[in-house]
Design a protein around this ligand. Structure first.
Ligand code: F6R
Length: 623
C-alpha cells in the first residue's frame, strides 16, 4: 500500500527519492519521509500530508546526502502522524527503515524488544524491524537484516540504511513488491518500477526472501543465508514519459484516452483476422485441458471483479462452461468445493492485491488450475499462476481503474472466444462476428472519446445531485455496477449499480427528482425490458440518463408524459449518451468509456482530487 524508493550514488539522494515518491504518490498519501546518511550520521525529514509539504520542508530544512531512502505512507498501524511516518529509526538512531506491507507478529516482537530495553517511538509495525536490525548488527548490515527478517511473519519490502555502513543500501522482500534499479555508478530501489523508470529502464525484480546489497557500483542478490542468486535484468517495456500526465489534467483522464491504443496493443499478435484462431501466449493450456474443463471460477476485487462478472457471462454464453464469479475476499471465506478440471481465472491490474493473491493460493491448494489476467508484469500473482494473459494496458496510475477494466474485459472476451472455438461450443458465425467487433473496438473507442463534450454537458446538468442509480440487465449489469463504483469513488456521490429487474423489489423507493438514473439500454436481448424500467422511473419523476445505441429513436422520448407540468422531469426527454453499435456480448467495453467520462467530469465539476480519492490507495496489498 505504501511506496518506497531508495538511492545510492553520487547525486543528491533526497531529490531523487522525492521525485520517485511523487510517481508513487498514488499508492499512499497520508504522510511521507526521507532519510539520508551524511558525515557518518542519519538525517531524517518527515511530514504529514501530500508530497508538496515534503517539498516545503526540504526548502526550509535541506537534507544532504548521496545515499537515502524515502517513503509515502497509507496508514495501516497507527494514525497518520510524524511519529508514525517512515523512515523509522532504531533505538540508537543509527539504522533507518522504510517498509511496505504488514508485519503480522509485530505485537509479540514489540513486547519482546521492549523487555530487552528497546524504546518504541511510534505505533507502527515497522519500527520492530529497525530495532531488530540494531539488535543483530555486528558490523555487517546485510547479515543483520537477514537475521531480523527470520523473526518476521507477514508481508514486507524494506529499504534499510545504517550510519555505520555508509556505503550500503540493503533491500529485502516477502510478498510485497520490490525492484532494484540498475544505473551507472548509482543504483536504486523501489516498490514499483514506475517510481524509477525516469532514471533507468533496467531492473532486477526481487523475489520472496531475497536480499539485495546495493552500493554505488554494485548489486549483490542473495537468499537469506547469503547464497548468491543470479537474476536476469528485466527491461521495463514502457517509455520514461509513460508514467507522466502527458498534457491531461489528471492521470484518470489520460488513461481513459489511452484506451484505443491499449486495445490495439492487446490485440497485437493475438487477433488480426476474424477467420483465424486467437493466439494467447502465456495461457499455458492445451486444447485437451480446455476441452476437459467442467467449471470456471473468476475471482478478483473491485473493478477487476466487475470485469470478472462480464468474463463469467461470456464464458458461459460462448464456451458453455458452467461459470461463477466471486469477490476474492468472499471466495476464501466460503471454502468452495473445487471439482476436477476446474479453472480459476484471477483478474488484477496490479497483480499484488492481497485478497486476490490469497484466493489464488486457496484455489490452487484445492486443485484448481489458475490462470491470471494481469496488467503489471512479473507481479506476485503472475509468479504464482499456472498461466498469465497480460492485458497490455501500460501503467495505470489514477486510483480509479479505467483502461485496465476495459482491457480486462477485452482479454477475457478473447479467452472465452478461444475456449468456445476449441470446444466447438458456439456458432462459428457468432465467433466471427465477435472477433470482427473486437477488431473494430479501438476505432469505436476513438469515436466515443470524440463525443466527450456531450457527456460533459450531461455531467453539468447532474453533478450537484447527491444520489444516483445505475441500472442494466444481462451482460451489462456489471457495467452498471462499475459505472456506479467509478462515480462514487471519485465524486463521493452515493451511487448504486443494480439489476433493473430488481427495481420493483426495493430500489424504486429511492426514485425522486434529486436522484439521477443511468440506464444502460443498448440494442440486444434485454432492450424491451429496460424500456419498461425507464418508464417506471420517469413516472416517478426520476431524471434518466440513457446509454443507447446510435440511431435509436425510441429512447429519448421513453417515459415522456406530455401532460406533465413542464418543470417535472416526466415532461422532459431523457439525456442521451450514444454508443456506436457492436455485439451486445462485448458492449460492456464500449459502454464503459462514456460512463468513465461521466464519473470523471462530475467529479471534476465538484472539484474533487480525482487521481487520489480520499481513503483509497491504488494497490491494496493488505487483506
Ligand atoms: C476501483 C479500483 C479497485 C481495483 C481493486 C483491485 O477503481 O481500481 O476497485 O479494481 O482494488 O485491484 P487490482 O486490479 O490491482 O487487483
Amino acid at each position: 500500500m505504501c511506496g518506497i524508493v531508495g538511492y545510492i550514488g553520487t547525486r543528491q539522494a533526497p531529490q531523487i527519492c522525492l521525485a520517485g515518491l511523487r510517481r508513487l504518490e498514488y499508492r499512499g498519501y497520508d504522510s511521507a519521509g526521507i532519510a539520508v546518511v551524511h558525515d557518518g550520521e542519519l538525517d531524517v525529514r518527515k511530514v504529514v500530508g501530500k508530497l508538496d509539504t515534503m517539498d516545503e520542508e526540504l526548502e526550509k530544512n535541506p537534507l544532504v546526502g548521496t545515499i537515502g531512502i524515502g517513503h509515502t505512507r497509507w496508514a495501516t498501524h497507527g494514525k497518520p502522524s510524524v511519529e508514525n511516518s517512515h523512515p523509522h529509526l532504531s533505538d540508537n538512531g543509527r539504522i533507518a527503515v522504510v517498509h511496505n506491507g504488514i508485519i503480522e507478529n509485530y505485537q509479540e516482537l514489540r513486547e519482546q524488544l521492549t523487555g530487552e530495553g528497546y524504546e518504541f517511538k511510534s505505533q507502527t509495525d515497522t519500527e520492530v524491524m529497525a530495532h531488530l536490525v540494531q539488535k543483530y548488527y555486528e558490523g555487517n548490515l546485510r547479515a543483520a537484516v537477514c537475521r531480523a527478517v527470520a523473526d518476521l511473519e507477514g508481508a514486507f519490502a524494506f529499504g534499510i540504511i545504517c550510519a555505520d555502513s555508509p556505503g550500503e543500501l540493503v533491500a529485502v522482500r516477502r510478498f510485497s513488491p520490490l525492484v532494484v534499479g540498475i544505473g551507472e555508478g548509482e543504483n536504486y530501489i523501489a516498490s514499483d518500477m514506475g517510481a524509477i523508470r525516469q532514471e533507468t529502464d533496467r531492473v532486477y525484480v526481487i523475489d520472496d526472501d531475497e536480499v539485495a546489497l546495493i552500493t554505488t557500483d554494485g548489486i549483490e542478490l542473495t537468499d537469506l543465508d547469503l547464497n548468491p542468486i543470479e537474476r536476469e535484468v528485466f527491461v521495463i517495456p514502457w517509455p520514461a514519459d509513460a508514467a507522466q500526465k502527458g498534457g491531461h489534467k489528471h492521470f484518470m483522464h489520460k488513461e481513459i484516452h489511452e484506451q484505443p491504443d491499449a486495445m490495439r496493443n492487446c490485440l497485437a499478435g493475438r487477433l488480426s483476422d476474424p477467420g483465424k484462431p486467437i493466439k494467447l501466449e502465456g495461457l499455458n493450456m492445451t486444447e485437451q485441458e480446455i476441452k476437459n474443463l467442467r467449471r470456471v471460477v473468476f475471482t478478483a476485487c473491485g473493478t477487476a471483479y466487475h470485469a470478472g462478472l462480464v468474463g463469467r457471462f461470456l464464458m458461459e454464453s460462448l464456451a458453455r462452461i458452467p461459470s461463477e464469479a466471486d469477490l476474492a475476499a468472499e471466495l476464501r471465506s466460503r471454502d468452495p468445493v473445487v471439482l476436477d478440471n476446474t479453472l480459476c481465472i484471477v483478474i488484477s491490474q496490479s497483480g499484488e492485491t492481497a485478497d486476490t493473491l490469497v484466493a489464488l493460493r486457496d484455489m490452487k491448494a484445492k486443485g484448481a488450475k489458475v490462470i491470471s489476467v494481469l496488467n503489471v508484469v512479473d507481479s506476485s500473482i503472475a509468479r504464482e499462476s499456472d498461466g498469465v494473459v497480460y492485458i497490455q494496458a501500460g501503467p495505470e496510475i489514477g486510483v480509479a481503474s479505467t483502461k485496465a477494466y476495459t482491457l480486462q474485459i477485452f482479454t477475457m472476451a478473447m479467452i472465452a472466444i478461444h475456449f468456445a472455438e476449441v470446444r466447438g461450443a458456439a456458432d462459428p458465425e457468432l465467433i466471427r462476428t465477435l472477433k470482427q467487433d473486437l477488431l473494430n473496438t479501438p476505432k469505436l473507442a476513438e469515436e466515443l472519446l470524440a463525443r466527450e463534450d456531450d457527456v460533459k454537458a450531461i455531467a453539468a446538468k447532474h453533478y450537484e445531485k447527491p444520489n444516483s442509480l445505475y441500472l442494466a440487465r444481462g451482460v451489462n449489469l456489471p457495467s452498471a455496477m462499475e459505472g456506479a463504483l467509478k462515480l462514487k469513488e471519485i465524486s463521493y456521490i452515493h451511487a448504486e449499480g443494480y439489476s433493473a429487474g430488481e427495481m420493483k423489489h426495493g430500489p424504486i423507493a429511492l426514485v425522486e427528482p434529486n436522484l439521477f438514473t443511468v440506464a444502460i439500454v443498448v440494442e440486444g436481448e434485454v432492450y424491451e425490458k429496460m424500456i419498461a424500467n425507464i418508464m417506471e422511473i420517469k413516472a416517478r419523476s426520476g431524471p434518466v440518463i440513457a446509454v443507447a445505441t446510435d440511431g435509436d429513436e425510441q429512447i429519448p422520448a421513453t417515459g415522456l408524459d406530455e401532460d406533465a407540468d413542464p418543470d417535472d422531469v416526466a415532461a422532459q426527454p431523457n439525456d442521451m449518451i450514444w454508443v456506436p453499435p457492436t455485439h451486445e456480448l462485448i458492449s460492456p467495453i464500449t459502454v464503459a468509456i462514456p460512463l468513465q467520462l461521466l464519473a470523471y467530469h462530475i467529479a471534476d465539476m465538484r472539484g474533487e482530487h480525482i487521481d487520489q480519492p480520499r481513503n483509497l490507495a491504488k494497490t491494496v496489498t493488505v487483506e
